[in-house]
Design a protein around this ligand. Structure first.
Ligand code: SF4
Length: 256
């Protein structure tokens, strides 16, 4: 029998639903995936924007984000981190160019001088219907219309194809955060935003009781399935074309 994880995160729930065996490798066996070109771009952009939004509103200009990127690049020794990647997908200049495009595309989505965030990289640790949950919200602000929360997530990757990802799946993590805010701080959420920086696109939905109920059901149902898999030590392999991108493929039983 395996010990179930002490808590679940919205992303670990998504991982279990995509492939239970992948969840086992990462959350039970604790095999840490090394960073990739894409995860490094995402982490660098998040880091710069987190510091950028701490500037006074009138200081939030394109020139300032460029200066902030240079400052964070040096402080966090990003050049060494990118150089150490096993499979770099370009040069240091390519990395900087892609990351900087993501940062400056922010101005095509919102006016940073008019956007007052309440918090960024905010830790939530709470119960949702008896399921212990932990996660980090990229950022949240108050909706001027109704005073409720708007939860946003920066994305530096591609916009998912609706053929392969339903709207409930696409917004699941943000809906889970809305439930966590409700449980931890009694704060209601009115909107969810996925900010696709690479594509200068803001995908936004209104939160409804039905959407929250669906996400709540997913959390509870997945926790039950994980507990059952841990008790029986049976984690199914979901073998699909996506396995080609899975870090665990070389030792996954589905591919032996
Ligand atoms: S290779 Fe495929 S089946 Fe195996 S853990 Fe990864 S996603 Fe799951």
């Amino acid at each position: 029998m395996f010990e179930p994880p002490e808590y679940l995160s919205p992303s670990s729930i998504t991982t279990y639903r995509e492939c239970p065996m992948k969840f086992k490798f990462s959350r039970i066996d604790r095999i840490v995936e090394p960073p990739t070109w894409h995860t490094h771009i995402g982490t660098f952009v998040h880091e710069v924007l987190e510091h950028f939004y701490q500037l006074d509103a009138e200081a939030r200009t394109v020139e300032a984000v460029k200066a902030m990127a240079t400052e964070r690049w040096n402080t966090s020794e990003w050049e060494a981190q990118v150089t150490a990647l096993e499979k770099p997908m370009g040069s240091i200049i390519d990395f900087k160019k892609t990351a900087f495009e993501c940062m400056t595309n922010l101005w095509k989505i919102e006016d940073p001088q008019q956007t007052e965030l309440i918090n960024m990289e905010y830790e939530l640790f709470t119960d949702v219907d008896g399921v212990r949950m932990k996660g980090y919200v990229d950022r949240f602000l108050y909706d001027d219309d109704d005073g409720k929360l708007i939860i946003s997530d920066y994305k530096t990757g591609a916009i998912p194809n609706p053929k392969f990802k339903s709207e409930d799946e696409k917004y699941f993590q943000l809906l889970a955060y809305a439930l966590m805010f409700e449980s931890a701080d009694q704060e209601e959420t009115s909107k969810l935003q996925l900010l696709y920086l690479k594509h200068s696109a803001n995908h936004e939905i209104s939160v409804t009781p039905v959407k929250l109920a669906v996400a709540r059901g997913v959390i509870v149902e997945t926790k039950e399935a994980i507990d059952q898999a841990c008790a029986t030590e049976k984690f199914a392999c979901n073998k699909t074309k996506l396995c080609d991108w899975c870090f665990h493929k070389s030792y996954c039983p589905a591919h032996q």
